[in-house]
Ligand binder design. Sequence first.
Ligand code: HEC
Length: 188
Amino acid sequence: MRKFVFGVLAGLALAIVVAAVMGMGALMFVEQGYVDPRADISPPAFEKKRAMEALDAALDRYAPKRKDPIQPTASSLSQGAKLYGKYCAKCHAAMDSSETAWRVRLYPPAPQFPKAPTDMEEFENFYVIKHGVRWTGMPAWSGELNDEEIWTLVTYLNQMKKPGPLMPGMDPGRNQSTPGAAAKGGTK
Ligand code: HEC
């Protein structure tokens, strides 16, 4: 019995030492400048995966599960298009080709919604738009847009998945090979 307890304690102590050494190693890696600071490279696959998992898990924990109160009508979608054009299209690309996304690169890149619509739930999009995403270029819009405007944007973004006839500014060629702003944006 004594031997067993000793074995367990020794195992625990070893695990703690190994964890501490690994933690210090990671800290030194960061502090010694081994993390590549460039924004014009693509995030490595493991980083992208970990970051997405971390964001998904955090949204599960923090974002209140609410229903989008704004119906997709001609008027709400045109309001959404206006807000999107004013505040979002520079980074996320516009539905029509009249506005091009910035050709600078963000790290992580801003998703180009007309080409690759968001697959997140409405309440998650609401939370991300309102509060932004730390350590990325996604700003928090809570000081600029009220809740109704944010839901209007959520409704508009949702329509990008399957744009119906009410969708304003649709580029009819957007599913073909290129000419939209999205394609010119260049980032994924
Ligand atoms: C300065 C650039 C910038 C602006 C302006 C901007 N965004 Fe973003 N946005 C980003 C970046 C970068 C990400 C990616 C964050 C990440 O990888 O977690 C992002 C992510 C998002 C996401 C999460 C998408 C997903 O599927 O993961 C949503 C939704 C979003 N933005 C909506 C908006 C809306 C709506 C606006 C306008 C009110 C806006 N953004 C304005 C840079 C921007």
